[in-house]
Design a protein around this ligand. Structure first.
Ligand code: ARG
Length: 593
């Protein structure tokens, strides 16, 4: 079901071909100025082509010929020439109405369904025991949105948290625990099985042991050696350490599920680096057999530099000279796992832009190995969320951010805003705090998603929670307002006929034209993994709704019955779209506020 823009685009292309010009001159776009919602600018270039052929045809001549072909078309109300030969396009009211009811009935809200691909999104990426930082927050928020956008297009998407559970941090934890509790059976080299089912540590222990160990190791070479040895022994399969790893992972996963849950982020897979370890020996064998590996000072590498590279791209490090497995290795092995387990058409990594080189290296190696075509692998990078000092956001104590603390800050700010504006004061305290939670989360997520993802932005809870301007709370307010209108209509027993939207006022037409852009905004957001395009769209719709609501009384007694019904339908259409748009951004609205 094509949008208004697509329909006109096709009509104008056909018209340009009919009068002897190349099809692409008929491209139609939305107008940014003037009262016509759409325009076609091909006449100027067409006149240029004619001139080259020695014909004296002006842009307005071309525009006139196009207008002549199309002016009686039932979808067009009026065509006029603007400036040097722009064609301004006004859709007919009949067509707009038809489009409105079509949108209302479309179970996909005007979002174009694509031939389904199987996609894995690797996002979240929190590390076991190491605290989450803003990079993990952004990855979760952006990744969740991309997952929902792709699903809305009909793709089969699997979200994998891909935890960091295989590096030096595990060695830190094991060795630190050993220092504290040396008598635990995990540390007795003679015991190889029958370890306890319950974890010897809690999440609080892990959160304490890790920084303790990492500080000690930084200041003391011998302490660092203990962590290194523990890491190596773990990786070479020491049973007690493997058993500890299992405990660390399950304790962390339980905590991470709570943290991500509070953020409204859900993963289908809770895999990590550790779980692909068993695949590494076979993988190394395969890569050697394919003759793409090289020995380099005792390390095993894959060279990925290409001739036309402007920068140096260092080799992929499969094995360090110590035989240790590295970040490259686990990402390569994860590709093997995904290739064999999920056979994805595409894998998207939503990870801090500072890891761009890492992914470039891994993607090239995977393509050399013949596992994936470079087009199937995509790094969706992003910038940082900074504090007022312009550096990545930290807590007041200067430590790395804890997700819980950040959410608390947002919650408190939202609460202030709500009190300040007197919103929800008559509700009971339970409902009020639920509203504050939703407003705070929406504020944080929308502030994060509305920037082109590669740009850095400043954490500013006061601005994020404002009910005015391009913010999450503004959008929630729009949703809640429509819900309340529909509730009032229901309690006044005004039922309305979904299919009939009249669009008599210019604000109604403008609202419909904004709504018509949902499909292409979603497609554009999906094609380059850019949720900010969708943010722009929902904001535009909310603004258009505001103007409509100011200009067109819905439930007032002076509004005739048929207009009430038509406007309620338009409000309902707006609500459906705003809710779907916000859903794709991972944002949930309260019922009322
Ligand atoms: N755990 C990593 C970090 O904290 C992010 C993991 C990203 N995903 C991946 N497949 N490498 O930096």
């Amino acid at each position: 079901m094509p949008s208004i823009l697509e329909t006109f685009d096709e009509l104008f292309r056909e018209a340009f071909v009919n009068i002897g010009y190349p099809e692409e001159l008929g491209g139609v776009q939305e107008s940014s100025r003037g009262s016509a919602p759409y325009q076609c600018n091909g006449a100027m270039r067409a006149a240029g082509i004619s001139k080259k052929q020695g014909k004296h045809i002006t842009p307005s001549d071309v525009a006139l010929s196009v207008i002549e072909k199309l002016q009686d078309h039932p979808m067009i109300n009026k065509l006029e020439i603007g400036g040097p030969g722009f064609i301004n396009i006004y859709p007919s009211i009949i067509y707009l109405r038809e489009r409105a009811s079509e949108l209302l009935l479309d179970e996909n809200y005007g979002i174009k369904q694509e031939p389904p691909l199987s996609v894995i999104i690797d996002y979240g990426g929190a590390n076991v025991a190491k605290p989450m930082h803003v990079g993990h927050l952004r990855s979760a928020v952006i990744g969740e949105s991309i997952k929902r956008i792709l699903r809305a297009q009909g793709h089969n998407v699997i979200g994998d948290v891909h935890m960091g559970d295989w590096g030096l941090q595990m060695g830190h934890l094991i060795s630190e625990l050993r220092i504290e509790q040396p008598s635990l059976s995990y540390f007795d080299g003679d015991i190889t099985s029958g370890f306890p089912d319950t974890s010897p540590v809690t999440m609080d222990d892990l959160a304490r042991l890790y920084p303790q160990a990492s500080v000690a190791a930084k200041n003391n070479h011998e302490r660092m050696e203990l962590s290194r040895i523990a890491t190596a022994e773990l990786q070479s399969g020491r049973p007690g350490y493997r058993a500890l790893l299992e405990h660390f992972i399950s304790v962390s996963v339980a905590a991470l599920k709570v943290g991500y849950g509070k953020l409204g982020v859900e993963f289908d897979l809770w895999k990590g680096e550790a779980c692909v370890d068993p695949l590494i020996p076979e993988m190394i064998k395969e890569l050697k057999l394919k003759k793409i590996t090289e020995e380099d000072n005792g390390a095993l590498i894959i060279r990925v530099q290409e001739e036309d590279d402007k920068l140096e791209i260092p080799p992929v490090m499969l094995l360090a000279s110590s035989g240790a497995v590295l970040y490259h290795t686990t990402d390569m092995a994860t590709l093997v796992d995904r290739k064999e387990t999920n056979k994805p058409d595409r894998i998207i990594y939503v990870v801090d832009q500072r890891q761009a080189l890492h992914f470039e290296q891994v993607f090239r190696a995977a393509s050399k190995a013949g596992w994936f075509h470079p087009d199937q692998l995509y790094h969706v990078g992003f910038g940082t969320m900074n504090g007022k000092d312009g550096k990545p956001f930290k807590t007041r104590e200067g430590g790395v951010l804890r997700l819980e603390d950040l959410l608390d800050i947002m919650n408190a700010s939202a609460k202030n805003r709500l009190e300040e504006s007197g919103i929800g004061i008559s509700f009971d305290s339970k409902e009020r705090s639920e509203i504050a939670r939703k407003v705070g989360l929406a504020a944080l997520k929308f502030a994060d998603l509305q920037n082109q993802r590669l740009t850095n932005y400043t954490f500013d809870p006061v601005r994020f929670t404002s009910f005015e301007g391009k913010t999450g709370p503004y959008l929630l307010y729009a949703v809640v307002r429509i819900k309340s209108i529909l509730r009032k209509a229901a309690s006044a027993s005004i039922d309305f006929d979904d299919k009939n939207i009249e669009l008599s006022h210019s604000s109604e037409k403008e609202l419909l034209i904004a709504l018509d852009a949902f499909g292409r905004s979603t497609s554009n957001a999906a094609s380059k993994y850019l949720p900010h395009i969708l943010c722009d769209h929902v904001y535009r719709v909310a603004q258009a709704f505001s103007r409509f609501y100011a200009d067109c009384p819905i439930l007032s007694e002076d509004t005739p019955r048929h207009l009430q019904s038509s406007r309620l339908s338009l409000a309902k259409l707006t609500l459906l779209q705003l809710e779907m748009g916000l859903y794709m951004l991972g944002i949930e609205a309260p019922e009322r506020m």
